[in-house]
Design a protein around this ligand. Sequence first.
Ligand SMILES: Nc1ncnc2c1ncn2[C@@H]1O[C@H](COP(=O)(O)OP(=O)(O)OP(=O)(O)O)[C@@H](O)[C@H]1O
Length: 338
Amino acid sequence: MAAIIVKHLSKEFKIQERLPGLKGCIQGLVNRKYITKTAVDDISFEIDKGEIVGYIGPNGAGKSTTIKMLSGILVPSKGVIKVNGIIPHKNRIENTKKIGVVFGQRTQLWWDIPIIESYQLMKHMYKIPNNQYEENINFFSNILGLGDFFKVPVRQLSLGQRMRADLCAALLHNPDILYLDEPTIGLDVVVKDNIRKFIKEINLIKKTTIILTTHDMADIEKLCSRVMVIDRGKLMYDGNLQILKNRYGTIESISAVVLSPNVDINKLYLPGVIEVKYNNQSINIKYDKTTLDSVEIIKKLMDNGKIKDLVIEGVEIDEVIRAMYKEQSTHKEVKLGV
Ligand SMILES: Nc1ncnc2c1ncn2[C@@H]1O[C@H](COP(=O)(O)OP(=O)(O)OP(=O)(O)O)[C@@H](O)[C@H]1O
């Protein structure tokens, strides 16, 4: 059953055109000119109850604007949205009771008060029954490890602690749907991993439908089998992640720290190598995995001297999107199947 239905959704922003300099500033005051920016351009999709969907795309693609329309913060310019049968911007209060939202760049907690007091305020706002509140506080506190900083105000928390506190806040009222906008931004690898495990667990235990926007491909790989790719407001792809990567994700990279003082980077340009960056003792080699095996590159690196550290980085989403965009210059959705 579809939890979210989106049909021909668009969002346009009217932006005042600002000309440079003092003259432009005065002209702007007297004679205002506006341009229209289409942030989301005629997109349609359905998401079933209990699905986790990755919503990805480059900066400014329209991801946050879509999430804001789904959560009722923004009013669509065109099209239809139904979330659990509700039109979000027309029934904001009813919609809010059924959704949880986490914006990685912002907190929804009160800055100056201990987080437990923010939760108590939320309990009151969402009219959460005592037993549900106690049960959820214990449950989330255990898996997110919140106990140590329950009494600390948000402004004193680290980014990772704040993110865990925000996730708990978004889920206290048992929402059916969770929108996560960059939930792992700026976090270290250990905290990222814990947050991903938590998201997976919530989806499994509570059957929460989740839309996740991120620039971190590892978030997507660990959590989502379905991805939607948006670029310049258009939905470019809606389907299985593996199919997308098999088709477009041929560029990988190797990062190494070498102990030799001078490396001749020309020797690393094997057929299939796209780019070599060398700075101090760090080397990054981008290559096409369909024409060159990582083993060949590692052998060549070892010819140059001792390797202190080496990481093979998988397909980068930006590369996938770039490759996809190159092929689909006509802006049509790629149909590779879900
Ligand atoms: N309130 C606004 N007024 C005018 N333009 C806006 C507004 N909000 C977003 N935009 C524009 O709409 C486009 C889409 O922005 P959006 O924030 O949805 O992108 P995004 O995919 O979330 O990007 P990022 O990954 O950088 O967060 C951008 O060009 C942005 O400048």
